[in-house]
Design a protein around this ligand. Structure first.
Ligand code: GTP
Ligand code: MG
Length: 655
């Protein structure tokens, strides 16, 4: 059967249009040789589409870049850093006071020159009010006491007084005070309010100037900068009387001021916190595009805020503020101590310095922190000589000297790092990133600021206090129990309680009580043969025995008078008529004890005792307020006494 025949018999056999069998040779041949490749319009269309798409994409990118640039340009021209003269207002005394009410700063920098801002906790008053106390600073108050500052930090449940230590002797510090006061007065004249912040002004020295485009970019970058360790650049005013660069005011002064103040206690927690802050701030500045480096990094340009956070300040176009006559010098004379040797050797060094020069300046600041003094303080050389010798390529290079005391109290690895930072060769100085990594090895990871550490310490302290208070309360209760026991031995419990709570104890009458009196027969004779101490021992032995007997009866020992012993039953707690039996039973017990009682120093002598008992009405009350005594009054007492004195040895005389 051929193909044709199959399709006749099976109409859908081939499943092709017309149910035709497939051709024996494929349309394009077995190797596509019958269909040559054609460059028809469709491929051209595809390529055209791709090119068009790419052009469109590039166009879109260019458009967005241009738009961005335009926006940036607009932003640039907006000059948000530009301050109007009337935005800068003088500080009035009210603002000054308001400001000083929540900081130590203004006092330390402006009003009182000799105030030391070191903090040492001298007294801790604690009142734990809730379980799981969490410390929260509610108020911070400042009061100036003579030359001292007292800061009270009131926390929920915990009140801690922090006292700043002051210069020990005014005489010693008079010269320093004078220069400080001058410095503070100068600073005070530069303090203003600007956009709701307290600000330090740095006067511009040029009357009028054109700000070129690259400086506009720099100023915009400064305005946009935001970092915890970079002091806020509020802006620049180029008009009117207040033509100046305006930086936020940090109230604890500069690092230089703090280090200079010898009485300020700065432990290594504080110092390491400052170092970390400084490095973090510099690391940030070095990542900026237009500023790039500081150029005049020094301890006076590291300011400390109210939370003891160090902030780098006076970065940026400081050349606007250099007096015109010294404009040739890229920095003032004193700043040369922090300047890298390669800059000292350059006739016209760049105003903004270099990364490596900043690291050098950081090395000098490290030395200040370690020696706690101005740079090169221990070198004992004149300023000019120091600068000259640093500039000269001496071997070893001329650098700040540390004395033995500095070295012993400072981590050795920090000294090594400092040496690296002030290397003569700039390329051997580490970057701030590397410095931060190294500092972590030196100090451990100190991610928190010193104030946060202090608060954490307070919180831990508060939690510890809670358990301490509980423990002490338990001890107090134990002690109170002991004093109560003692008190209850001296006075009846009800009376003692009433006296304890300051209540009056009115005298009380009892219709029927039984009074017991006892006396030692021949006591005078015994005394004559004994020393005073032997007599005391005798009475103590005997009455301790009696006290033990009383304990097992409902009777109250009123007092002992010499050798006589007074006991009552039926008071202060009434017991119906049981008092008679109680006293009788107690007396018999005492008789038995006396028979076997041995006088320690006269073992052969038999002790004898007379007992008198009487039942009747009686009055009782507390007499006196200084040594209060519970006393019995009435005939019954007298009768009982008579019964005893008229009785016989080893006999009970009763009515
Ligand atoms: N408390 C406080 N003092 C500041 C502040 N800024 C500057 N000072 C003080 O003012 C003094 C003078 O500061 P500047 O005029 O900036 O002089 P400088 O820091 O020595 O030098 P340059 O900044 O390089 O011009 C510093 O030594 C600080 O003691 C601040 O924000 N707070
Ligand atoms: Mg400065």
């Amino acid at each position: 059967m051929n193909f044709q025949t199959v399709s006749w018999f099976y109409p859908n056999f081939w499943k092709t249009p017309g149910n035709k069998p497939p051709p024996s040779i494929p349309v394009c041949g077995f190797y596509n040789e019958k269909c040559p490749v054609e460059t028809d319009g469709s491929i051209i269309k595809v390529i055209g589409g791709a090119v068009g798409g790419t052009i469109f994409l590039i166009g879109a990118i260019i458009a967005s870049v241009l738009l961005r640039r335009k926006q940036n340009e607009e932003q640039l021209m907006l000059m948000q850093w530009k301050l109007k003269s009337d935005e800068i207002t003088p500080i009035d005394t009210k603002q000054l006071r308001a400001f000083s009410s929540n900081s130590v700063s203004i006092v330390s920098t402006a009003a009182v020159a000799d105030v030391d801002v070191s903090v040492s906790v001298v007294a801790v008053g604690v009142s734990v009010v809730a379980v799981g106390v969490s410390v929260m600073v509610v108020t911070v108050g400042v009061s100036v006491v003579a030359v001292g500052v007292r800061v009270s930090v009131v926390a929920v449940g915990v009140s801690i007084s922090v006292v700043a230590v002051t210069a020990a002797s005014l005489e010693d510090t008079q010269a320093a005070e004078h220069s400080l006061r001058q410095k503070h007065e100068a600073l005070l004249s530069r303090l203003y309010m600007c956009r709701g912040r307290m600000a330090v002004l740095k006067r511009l020295t040029r009357e009028q100037f054109h700000v070129p485009r690259e400086e506009l970019l720099l100023l915009k970058e400064l305005k946009d900068m935001s970092h915890d360790n970079v002091n806020l650049f509020i802006g620049m005013c180029m008009e009117g009387d207040n033509r100046s660069i305006v930086m936020e005011y940090c109230n604890k002064g500069s690092l230089y001021d703090i280090l200079e103040h010898e009485d300020t206690k700065l432990d290594w927690n504080f110092r390491s916190s400052f170092i970390f802050d400084l490095v973090k701030g510099m690391e940030y500045l070095h990542t900026t595009q237009f500023l790039s480096s500081h150029g005049r990094l020094k301890s006076t340009n590291c300011v400390i805020d109210s939370r003891w956070v160090l902030k780098i300040t006076d970065y940026g176009p400081h050349y606007y503020t250099i007096p015109l006559d010294t404009a040739e010098a890229y920095m003032d004379k004193k700043s040369l101590l922090w300047a890298a040797p390669e800059l000292l050797r350059t006739p016209t060094p760049p105003y903004q310095g270099t990364h490596k020069a900043d690291v050098y300046s950081f090395g000098i600041i490290l030395s200040e922190i370690i020696i706690r003094a101005a740079p090169y303080d221990h070198n004992n050389k004149e300023f000019d000589e120091i600068v000259q010798r640093v500039e000269l390529r001496e071997t070893p290079p001329y650098r700040p000297v540390l004395n033995d005391a500095d070295r012993t109290q400072c981590p050795e690895s920090l000294v090594r790092l400092m040496h690296q930072c002030w290397s003569e060769e700039p390329e051997r100085r580490p970057s701030f990133f590397a410095i931060r990594r190294e500092l972590r090895n030196v100090f451990g990871d100190k991610s928190t600021n010193i104030m946060d550490n202090v608060l954490k310490m307070m919180e831990t302290h508060a939690n510890n206090l809670e358990s301490t208070v509980n423990e002490r309360t338990k001890m107090l209760i134990e002690e109170k129990k002991k004093t109560d026991v003692l008190l209850y031995r001296l006075l009846p419990a009800t009376i003692a309680d009433a006296l304890k709570f300051g209540r009056d104890v009115p005298p009380e009458t009892y219709e029927q009580v039984t009074i017991f009196f006892s006396d030692i027969v021949g006591f005078t004779n015994i005394c004559s043969q004994s020393t005073a101490l032997q007599v005391v021992d005798l009475l103590n032995d005997l009455y301790s025995t009696f006290d033990a007997i009383i304990k097992s009866h409902d009777a109250y020992k009123v007092e002992t008078i010499g050798d006589s012993y007074l006991v009552a039953s039926g008071l202060p707690k009434r017991n119906g008529s049981r008092h008679v039996a109680e006293i009788a039973d107690m007396s018999l017990g005492m008789m038995v004890e006396v028979k076997t009682f041995r006088i320690r120093h006269m073992p052969r002598t038999q002790m004898k005792m007379r007992i008198g008992i009487h039942t009747g009405p009686c009055a009782a009350g507390v007499v006196g307020s200084a040594m209060p005594r519970y006393c019995l009054f009435g005939d019954t007492v007298n009768t009982a006494s008579r019964m005893e004195s008229n009785g016989e040895g080893m006999r009970m005389h009763e009515t």
